[in-house]
Ligand binder design. Structure first.
Ligand SMILES: Nc1ncnc2c1ncn2[C@@H]1O[C@H](COP(=O)(O)OP(=O)(O)OP(=O)(O)O)[C@@H](O)[C@H]1O
Ligand SMILES: O=C(O)[C@H](O)[C@@H](O)[C@H](O)[C@H](O)CO
Length: 179
């Protein structure tokens, strides 16, 4: 079971198509917390590379992870909660992101299920053909990491609610004492 600081930053992680952006949007909306989309923080060259059908390398990902870590620190150091999406596929990537008050939320699904989702998603730079490479790179979080995992079979609203209940989170409204 993950430890939660009073005002955590949740890193919604998993392969492309696992539903990070969708669930993070619903979750941040329910909680009234800041939201950042990791896809928007990539250097342009990374987006161009993925768009052209090549998986990113570790070297491509380090500068991006540093940007994400900066957003996380800005929040944890100021006691501000937040939700950010980041594939965070490898343990050494999560090492760059982890810290006091950071909880990983791993969206876990089978290749078939996620492939189905990606084939019906349109207008996104990430080609479905890169899914195989995402699973090849994935190192699932282990017990020594501060994380929860979620099977991606429910609706986005149900998944967001499960995260809230599992971590015992309170939104901006309830935290301010209103009923
Ligand atoms: N719980 C869900 N049930 C059904 N469909 C979903 C669910 N969550 C997300 N989807 C759909 O699956 C597709 C992938 O979701 P989304 O873009 O949120 O994934 P992602 O992990 O952010 O992907 P990427 O890393 O490539 O940005 C979208 O078309 C989205 O509408
Ligand atoms: O680590 C990676 O390979 C990339 O970051 C991808 O996962 C994308 O950011 C995104 O998830 C695709 O839209």
């Amino acid at each position: 079971m993950a430890k939660t600081a009073q005002q955590p930053v949740l890193v919604i992680m998993g392969v492309s198509g696992s539903g990070k952006s969708t669930v993070a949007g619903v979750l941040a909306g329910k909680l009234g917390w800041d939201l950042a989309e990791g896809d928007d923080l990539h250097p342009e060259a990374n987006v161009a590379k993925m768009q052209a059908g090549s998986p990113l390398t570790d070297e491509d990902r380090w500068p991006w992870l540093e940007i994400i870590a900066g957003w996380i620190r800005q929040h944890t150091e100021n006691g501000k909660p937040g939700v950010i999406t980041c594939s965070a596929l490898k343990k050494r990537y999560r090492d760059v992101l982890r810290g006091e008050g950071v909880v990983f939320v791993f969206l876990q699904g089978s290749k078939d299920k996620i492939s189905d989702r990606l084939s019906s998603r349109h207008g996104h730079f990430m080609p479905p053909a890169l899914l195989e490479s995402q699973f090849d790179a994935l190192e699932e979080p282990t017990a020594d990491e501060n994380y929860i995992s979620l099977c991606v079979s429910a609706t986005p609203a149900e998944e967001a609610q499960e995260i809230i209940e599992t971590l015992g989170l309170e939104g901006a409204t309830s935290a301010s004492g209103q009923n």
